[in-house]
Write a protein that binds this ligand. Sequence first.
Ligand SMILES: [Zn+2]
Length: 265
Amino acid sequence: MRYIEPHAHMVSRTTDDYQSIAQAGCEALCEPAFWAGYDRGSVEGFKDYFRQLTQYEPARAAKFGIPHFTWLCINPKESDDVVFGREVLSIIPEFLDQPTVLGIGEIGLNKNTKNEHTILEEHIALAKERDLPILVHTPHLEDKLKGTRLIVDALKNAQVNPDRVVIDHVEEHTAAIALDAGFWAGMTLYPESKCTPGRAIDILETFGMERIWMNSACDWGISDPLAVIKCALEMKKRQHAGELVEKVIYENPRSFLRQSPNFTL
Ligand SMILES: [Zn+2]
């Protein structure tokens, strides 16, 4: 099977993981900017991280034949300080013309604070100004429902074209909020917490296979860089046709990501 990993934090993974992903059939991998396992102490820390995402990580992935793309932003977890958030926002434009940058992400909310919301709105404005797609992070656990609604409202208020936005980390209670408003939806697969492969397939069976993708996140917590392909095998076990599986793990992410001219396979 071939697949696209649309959301993976490879800066937290070893080269062994790249090898496994390549062997599993990954044809492209996208890495949104997020928390790096620690809070950065200065804007220079973000500059180094953006260089890592736009220069070093694509070179590391290339050794395994995997094209590596990225999304840039200051993540919601570190954007509760508006002054700091704006400082980081001010350096993002100097990286946006790099050949592997797809858009602005993963932006959103973490604890649904007013300050996070301010920085979210400023990221949306930047994406609109540069005509870039957006990848959205939605909060976890008890903050998810409210946070997803706040984010959708912010995107609607800014009159962003929903075709150009993917709302990630949807679960059973938030998938319809994203899809009914015309946005794309992403499901982040984790082995035990959040959306397990079994739950993700239930969501697909409930909401359909249009405008939806799956990703592994594979970050600093308990996570699995092969989650997408394992979920695809699980879909086959549930008797989903091969073409449908390929649509979810390859065609759908490709359709969305191709909206960025930098996404080429
Ligand atoms: Zn992420």
